[in-house]
Design a protein around this ligand. Structure first.
Ligand SMILES: [Fe+2]
Length: 195
């Protein structure tokens, strides 16, 4: 977790982010928005030099929800999940870009995760002789097989960012117990060295 933005920067971003929020992600112009450029420079300075950066979207998220991620097709809340943006095999998941998600809203948010890489989840499932599952479904199978395995919750305050291998770990966001509407801006990043 990183302190990425000071109060002045946050205020500037909130004022200017309205135009970014209405841009469809597929629109190439979104990646060239001044806020995206400013944040990518911040990430390089505060977190580390990058090989590649891809803008992954800006969004509001509602208050008081145990988990916040939704299926883009159905709108249903998916719960703890493993991202599949790059459709990588189990062996390649460790080299997937990391997700950098920045809280640019007025309210805190939580990042939830299970502290095992996908490869270890699958190994533990094999120990329980669970039938083979696709990498992106291994998390659900794992929580059924190990219902008491702890989930870690990290608070992300406004101006802070988390960096996580979301294509290689079970995770979600949460606004449980927090009344304010959240706002985040995300990137997928390959860093030059591990951060
Ligand atoms: Fe995710």
């Amino acid at each position: 977790m990183y302190d990425l933005l000071d109060q002045d920067e946050l205020t500037r971003i909130r004022r200017a982010s309205r135009s970014l929020l209405v841009m469809p992600l597929e629109d190439g112009a979104a990646g060239k928005h001044p806020i995206v450029k400013m944040l990518s420079e911040k990430i390089a300075t505060v977190i580390g030099p990058m090989e590649a950066l891809e803008y992954a979207g800006a969004a509001f998220d509602p208050p008081m929800l145990p988990t916040v991620s939704r299926c883009p097709q159905t709108g249903a809340y998916v719960g703890l999940h493993i991202d599949t943006f790059h459709r990588l095999s189990l062996q390649s998941r460790e080299s997937a870009p990391l997700r950098v998600s920045i809280n640019v809203g007025l309210a805190a948010r939580y990042f939830l995760f299970l502290d095992l890489p996908l490869r270890s989840l699958v190994r533990k499932l094999d120990e329980r002789r669970t039938k083979e599952v696709a990498p992106h479904l291994a998390g659900q199978a794992f929580t059924r097989a190990y219902p008491n395995y702890p989930i870690i919750r990290v608070r992300i305050d406004p101006g802070q960012a988390y960096v996580a291998p979301t294509e290689n770990m079970l995770h979600d966001g949460s606004s449980a117990g927090i009344a304010g509407v959240g706002q985040n801006i995300s990137f997928r990043v390959l860093f030059k060295q591990s951060v």
